[in-house]
Design a protein around this ligand. Structure first.
Ligand code: FMN
Length: 201
């Protein structure tokens, strides 16, 4: 075991991770982001297509990606008072690093679905690995991800979908716990007797 690693178990990471929506403005370094992404690439992905790429704002270019987000999240920002602008920018000015997650949009529906599932597995890996290091994360899906002007500014190519923004950052307080439904509510044990389908006909 890596001597610097924490004693957090996978189970603890999975069950204790929370989406962090209030960051404290502390930076997350490029090295930390790259380590998390590098480990996350072991996510299952069918056909070993590795259907992901990322446009990252961390370290010195974080301010550039925040300026880009401002154009689309607060299009009227030039007309706002500094106080109003601060209020409306807090969600993208306080994360310590921001990345955009890009997936190829395969023309084949089965492969497209597989790629979307793989990128979700990748993002959960990233969230859990960050959590283990005390770094909070939140997946965000603002409407402007599909805006052609935003896509162009980000460098998304035809045939690619900007599927999510992933925010990393430090935080001072954990969000309140919420009640997750018992899994028994979601599980049916299959019974041949109860099955409506009779494949012999
Ligand atoms: C696909 C996906 C999209 C999400 N989009 C947003 C979003 O746009 N804005 C936001 O505040 N949270 C977003 N979230 C975070 C969820 O709201 C969060 O997971 C939920 O509040 C449960 O909190 P928890 O992760 O701490 O259990 C998204 C999560 C997922 C998985």
């Amino acid at each position: 075991m890596n001597p610097t690693s924490t004693s957090m178990s996978v189970r603890e990471a999975v069950t204790e991770r929370r989406s962090i929506k209030n960051f404290n403005g502390e930076a997350v370094s490029r090295e930390a982001v790259m380590e998390i992404l590098s480990d996350s690439r072991f996510a299952p992905n069918h056909g070993k297509r590795e259907p992901w790429r990322f446009v990252v704002g961390a370290g010195e270019n974080l301010k550039d990606i925040q300026a880009l987000i401002r154009e689309f999240a607060v299009p009227t920002w030039r007309e706002l008072s500094p106080e109003a602008l601060d209020r409306q920018s807090v969600k993208f000015m306080t994360p310590g690093a921001i990345l955009f997650v890009i997936v190829p949009e395969d023309a084949r529906q089965k492969e497209r679905l597989e790629d979307h599932m793989a990128i979700a597995a990748f993002m959960q890996n990233a969230q859990l690995l960050a959590w283990e290091q005390g770094i909070g994360t939140c997946i965000k899906t603002p409407a402007y991800l599909d805006n052609p002007k935003f896509r162009e500014a980000l460098g998304a190519k035809a045939g690619e979908r900007v599927i999510a923004m992933l925010q990393f950052g430090h935080y001072d307080a954990l969000p309140k716990a919420w009640d997750h439904s018992p899994i028994e509510d979601k599980v049916t044990f299959y019974s041949a007797d109860d099955s409506a389908s009779d494949t012999s006909k």
